[in-house]
Write a protein that binds this ligand. Structure first.
Ligand code: ZN
Length: 142
């Protein structure tokens, strides 16, 4: 078994579906100056295989974004070597920015000031979001 030391202060993003770890790393942590560990294909009783990301000295993470990617993720906040908080991800009900409207004629593509807002209308297998500007449905894809 591969040994990686725990962290004293920071976050541990656990129960990431194996294969999603790198995507999450690329989305959230490529710009960080803090030490980051990405563990891939760790044995898990729950998932068979999982990925884990540990980030030192960071206590905030975009839970909505994580929830879009993967709803089984748990985020553990570690302070002074102890578990301070445990957070679970869920599918976000609304998304502001971070996703492009499916409608090519939507104002959000031509106007930089119109930041698209999306409202979850269906979360049955695939996630469908309605654009607040044009009401077009966009299916979320990673
Ligand atoms: Zn739109």
């Amino acid at each position: 078994m591969l040994e990686v030391k725990g962290i004293d202060n920071g976050i541990v993003i656990d129960h990431i579906h194996a294969g999603n770890g790198l995507k999450i790393f690329n989305l959230l942590f490529t710009d960080t100056q803090q030490p980051v560990v990405l563990l891939m294909n760790v044995k898990s009783e729950l998932l068979g295989r999982k990925d884990i990301i540990k980030v030192e000295n960071v206590f905030d993470v975009n839970l909505d974004l994580l929830g879009l990617l993967d709803q089984k993720i748990t985020v553990n906040v570690i302070r002074d070597g102890k578990l301070a908080e445990k957070m679970k991800t869920s599918v976000p009900k609304t998304i502001k920015g971070g996703m492009k409207c499916h409608n090519p004629r939507c104002i959000t593509h031509s106007d930089d000031y119109a930041i698209p807002e999306f409202i979850l209308v269906k979360a049955n297998g695939k996630l469908e979001y309605e654009c607040s500007y044009c009401e077009e449905i966009t299916v979320y894809k990673l």
